[in-house]
Design a protein around this ligand. Structure first.
Ligand SMILES: [Zn+2]
Length: 330
């Protein structure tokens, strides 16, 4: 970010008005999205729309200009005095995972709005226009696909993507249309946003890991985001049998097989870390079928998810190869 906007003033002073704005917004967002445990605002849902409305209403209180773009995202604009220059963008997503945290995504939107509101309150006109984006549809929990909203903005959400359905069989394209997105343009792969007009994008985001707290750091700068290779559903097929009647040498126990696989993966993971590689491995969905499993039944099938993430493409592909060769071996 350049420092050309209002160089003589510090707009990031910790101020009671900023804290009030942030507190009010977080409270309002939480009140509308609390599910009993956490925050649930599914992508392209009514709750997500409500969140955009809440932020928009607050922006208008400060006399800021608001609009919805062709992807149905909220855009709040503070005009600069050299409006022809590419603008500075900030913001984040307003959808959430099920039972998510109140700060995820929303922190970036609230922080951006606090900055714009302060410019407005102090009657500072920045050189460049600043736009705050309250984005929709970034989380993968509803449609199994992440960054749908921003992909649409860049003309990269395909017609095929638009046909994916949620657990109720509702298509992504229909849900996007319902909240006001121009699905016709998205389908054609038309960019909804002129990326050349953006000088920089600054996004504040809550850390989703424990590292800052563990190291007692108040803030950090993101230097990279891990890419991933994942399988939603891997099946290990063994052979079901009576737990009392089948001896070890005749067993094909799927749970033991997958447990062995995971142990091997864990060992590879540790080795890679020792070599200074960046990698994380997760199997978050894992189980035998409740319709047929029993305490006295040798499990004939285990289904599990597999995910590996790394900041290095090479490490990612290397680990994925290890995964497949371990599967074959076992
Ligand atoms: Zn987030």
């Amino acid at each position: 970010m350049t420092t050309e906007a209002a160089p003589s003033r510090n707009v990031f002073i910790d101020d009671a008005a900023d804290r009030r704005l942030a507190g009010d917004l977080f409270d309002a967002l939480r009140a509308e999205s609390f599910d009993g445990i956490g925050i649930t605002r599914e992508s392209f849902s009514e709750r997500e729309s409500t969140a955009l409305d809440i932020v928009e209403a607050k922006a208008r209180e400060f006399g800021l200009e608001t609009t919805r773009d062709a992807g149905a995202n909220l855009v709040v604009t503070l005009a600069g005095h050299e409006g022809d220059l590419p603008y500075l963008a900030c913001g984040s997503h307003l959808d959430s995972v099920p039972q998510g945290g109140n700060f995820d995504g929303a922190a970036g939107v609230v922080a951006g709005l606090a900055v714009l509101a302060r410019f407005k309150r102090d009657k500072i006109v920045p050189r460049r226009t600043i736009k705050l984006f309250g984005l929709r549809g970034e989380e993968s929990s509803r449609f199994g696909k992440a960054y749908m909203g921003s992909l649409a903005l860049f003309g990269k959400l395909t017609a095929e993507d638009l046909r994916v359905v949620d657990r109720d069989g509702r298509a992504l394209g229909d849900c996007m249309r319902e909240v006001g997105a121009d699905v016709g343009r998205i389908e054609k792969g038309e960019p909804l946003l002129d990326a050349r007009r953006i000088a920089a994008w600054v996004e504040l985001h809550i850390e989703q890991g424990p590292v800052l707290v563990a190291r007692e750091l108040p803030v950090g700068i993101v230097t990279g985001i891990r890419g991933n290779v994942r399988h939603r559903n891997v099946e290990c097929i063994g052979e079901a049998g009576h737990s009392g009647a089948v001896p070890r040498w005749l067993r094909h126990d799927a749970v033991f097989a997958v447990a062995e696989l995971m142990t091997h993966l864990d060992r590879h993971w540790r080795t890679l870390l020792e070599r200074g590689r960046d990698v994380v491995v997760t199997s978050g969905v894992f189980g035998t079928d409740p319709a047929e499993h029993a305490i006295a039944r040798i499990p004939g099938k285990v289904t599990f998810s597999f995910e590996v993430r790394s900041q290095s493409k090479e490490t990612l592909e290397g680990f994925y190869d290890l995964f497949r060769s371990e599967c074959n071996l076992i």
